[in-house]
Design a protein around this ligand. Structure first.
Ligand SMILES: [Zn+2]
Length: 448
């Protein structure tokens, strides 16, 4: 059941502009109001917002939405109100590589890649045979660009590192209180309850490397190791306590516990009442005595192609990456599209529609500078505020930047050799009247 005070009842999840604290506000300002009130009850010196990703394959732009951009904008709004906030992005690098068809196809010989099934992501090799790893290969299209889509103050942490550090203590705690954990988890598991002997930790098999097939049998705290039996290869032995992972519901709480998380959005699949987020919340309160973070359910981002659309998916390799977006468009335009869409509304994106997105962005810009109005107050608030918050550094300039049409720049980019771009492109745009005679830095930014 969804109780009073639960965010799942809030109108700003689906309505772009709502009444909050007296006035009509953009949904993300209403969310910030909602959070500020709850943060006050926590009364901390520094609040923590967090996002989470598992690098299971293509790191598409959909993952920027709920795990990076929304928390970043919320953080900056709260900071502007005088709160101190830290932002993390947690990579679940100990998760098992599932060996889905799309993942196997990333290897030149998909059949032989089956041998990595069940391995922790962090140990799976680079599918292209390079010196890096699976994670390095796919993170390269996402991680280095987070700073372009944000103010650059997002700290990336991995569960692999955490198990060697702060989570080690949490693992011990979880093993000690496993009976309480089991009773709570079993309430949510329904038909497949864990038996009384269950230990909520999955060591990595030291023989076949699977992390999804072992059964923990015995814990030796003194030597920080765990005895296990592998259901896949039959091996029985000891694994170090850092070389494995907690059952995922408990790991989720472990990350909150280790980082002190106060706000963390979650994909809509976790949002069902009685679903996984509720179970993690109950564990946090009853077993570990911590206040679970405030949440925010969000809808998926789908990939629009000319023939239709489908949900972006990491392990199915559907979507495009932040790197690909930056090759053809400014990060502010993507931020604008994310901000214009309430979190529980679907966002559909296609690279072929970028000229259209620029038209929409420029229109919002004109509304912001009061050169134009949509004629509807709520729509003006939505566009103007989404535009304002699209800036990754600071605020929009005092005067409206030039609006060179995207298609015009795209054509120029095809004609001009790359080495002439910086000197020649602004000149051509001045001649065609798309840039002023004395362009500002903001004007020139449009041509980059
Ligand atoms: Zn094994």
């Amino acid at each position: 059941m969804v109780e009073a005070g639960d965010i799942r009842r809030e109108r700003f999840l689906r309505e772009p502009v709502v009444k909050s604290k007296g006035g009509l506000k953009h949904w993300i300002d209403a969310l910030a109001d909602w959070l500020e009130e709850r943060f006050e009850a926590r009364s901390k010196d520094v609040y923590v917002v967090n996002g989470g990703l598992s690098v299971s394959g293509l790191q598409h732009v959909g993952r920027l939405r709920g795990e990076v951009v929304i928390p970043e904008v919320v953080r900056r709004i709260l900071e502007s109100r005088g709160l101190q906030v830290r932002q993390y992005l947690t990579l679940y690098t100990q998760d098992a590589w599932k060996g889905k068809e799309g993942q196997r196809r990333a290897f030149p010989d998909p059949e032989s890649a089956k041998k990595y099934t069940g391995w922790p992501l962090v140990r799976v090799p680079d599918p292209k045979g390079g010196p890096s790893s699976w994670i390095d290969r796919f993170w390269a299209d996402f991680g280095p660009y987070i700073k372009d889509f944000t103010d650059g103050k997002v700290e990336v942490v991995t569960t692999t590192d955490m198990y060697r550090g702060k989570l080690l203590e949490f693992v011990k705690l979880s093993v000690a209180r496993r009976e309480e954990i089991r009773q709570i988890v079993n309430k949510y598991r329904g038909r497949k309850p864990y038996p009384p002997s269950w230990i909520p930790f999955e060591p990595r098999c030291q023989n076949c490397s699977r992390i999804d097939a072992t059964e923990a049998l015995e814990v030796d705290f003194e030597n920080k190791r765990m005895r296990y039996r592998c259901r896949s290869c039959g091996h029985e032995g000891w694994a170090p306590l850092w070389d494995g992972k907690l059952n995922w519901r408990i790991e989720w709480v472990g990350v909150w516990w280790a980082l002190g998380v106060d706000f963390e959005p979650y994909g809509k699949d976790h949002a069902t009442p009685g679903g996984s987020r509720d179970s993690a919340n109950e564990l946090a309160v009853k077993v570990y005595g911590i206040m679970p973070p405030e949440g925010l359910p969000y809808e998926w981002v789908s990939l629009k192609v000319r023939s239709g659309e489908s949900d972006m998916s990491s392990s199915d390799f559907i979507g495009f990456t932040p790197r690909e977006w930056l090759e053809v468009a400014h990060p502010e335009v993507l931020r604008f599209l994310i901000l214009r869409t309430p979190p529980m509304r679907k966002l559909s994106l296609g690279l072929h529609e970028i000229p259209l997105y620029y038209d929409q962005y420029y229109r919002a810009e004109r509304v912001y500078y009061r050169v134009e109005s949509t004629g509807r107050r709520e729509e003006d608030i939505l566009l103007s505020r989404s535009y304002e918050l699209s800036y990754t550094r600071g605020k929009p300039p005092g005067t409206m930047p030039a609006q060179p049409p995207y298609t015009h720049i795209a054509i120029l980019a095809q004609i001009l050799p790359e080495e002439l771009w910086e000197s020649e492109a602004p000149r051509r745009l001045q001649r065609s009247g798309h840039l002023p005679e004395e362009p500002s830095d903001f004007d020139l930014e449009r041509v980059r």
